[in-house]
Design a protein around this ligand. Structure first.
Ligand code: ATP
Length: 268
């Protein structure tokens, strides 16, 4: 079980996991995770391959139901609910590119995301009533994600980094308070990554952010706190400095990762 550090008098958690476990067949992949994420904090989830990071994201976003334990969003149980229900309750997750409609323009992609978040369900009159509102919100999002010049470009013709920006625009379109990003800078160059970290910081200002991340540059540049998952358990959940200095984390994960990154940087 992980240890929680919640200062007395701190705000109640926006997202909370209590004793969450997940089994696939006989194998317990998530082994009793407790986690409390505070409003507005940026949390990076790190750990070795196969440690259970994606499974944890899948549990939080409703793709899987936990085998046991509870997950709460603003004090309300979300475990066992469907992804779209959790989304409507204020948690939005980005998948790498897959939310994008390649043959729609940037603007149309954003407008679809807004309409979807408004709960538009194929009711023609509701659609018409919502359309002005959705157009306005989509225009605002275009500005926010810096793609105004690409308003009418088909999504498939955007650069990779622009597609990732659009993806984040789609993720925040519904105004969700909690945002889950899966390796947001994967596949980007070093300079693109640096700019993208600033971009993420800007567009998620005031929101609660959880990312799964392998790139330690992103982790240490973005996160207020880091959750280290090793073999289905959160072995540390603390500030970047504290996590870096944590002997157990060094031994289980970070020591080898940082050495690898330093070696790679020495070669380039
Ligand atoms: N649907 C599933 N059915 C069976 N086993 C699964 C399923 N999903 C994940 N696993 C197993 O759970 C373990 C954790 O996988 P997970 O993808 O959560 O790890 P991860 O930390 O995200 O790894 P990576 O960094 O490589 O993406 C792995 O051993 C994986 O094979």
């Amino acid at each position: 079980m992980s240890t929680l550090h919640t200062p007395a008098g701190a705000q109640p958690p926006v997202l909370e996991l209590r004793g969450v476990t997940k089994r696939f067949g006989k194998t317990e992949i998530i082994r009793g995770v407790d986690l409390q994420v505070r409003q507005g904090e940026r949390v990076a989830v790190i750990g070795p391959n196969g440690a259970g990071k994606s499974t944890l994201f899948n549990l939080i976003s409703g793709r899987f139901a936990p085998t046991s334990g509870e997950i709460l969003l603003n004090g309300r149980r979300i475990d066992g609910k469907k992804p779209f229900e959790i989304n409507r309750m204020g948690l939005s997750r980005s998948f790498q590119i897959t939310n994008i409609f390649p043959k729609l323009s940037v603007f149309e992609n954003l407008r679809c995301a807004v309409l979807w978040s408004l709960g538009y369900r194929y009711t023609f009159f509701k659609f018409l009533a919502d359309l002005d509102d959705a157009n306005e919100r989509a225009e605002q999002l275009l500005d926010r994600i810096g793609l105004h010049k690409k308003r009418d470009t088909l999504a498939m013709n955007l650069t990779y980094a622009e597609q990732r920006a659009l993806e984040i625009g789609i993720t925040i379109a519904g105004g969700a308070e909690v945002i889950l990003l899966d390796e947001p800078t994967a596949g980007m160059s070093k300079s693109e990554t640096r700019r993208f970290i600033d971009f993420i910081r800007e567009v998620t200002e005031g929101k609660t952010l959880l990312t799964v991340e392998h790139d330690m540059g992103v982790v240490f540049g973005l996160a207020d706190r880091i959750a280290v998952v090793v073999y289905g358990e959160v072995i540390a959940f603390d500030t970047p400095e504290a996590v870096k200095a944590n002997a157990r984390v060094q031994e289980a994960y970070l020591g080898s990762v940082l050495a690898e990154q330093q070696a790679a940087e020495a070669v380039h």
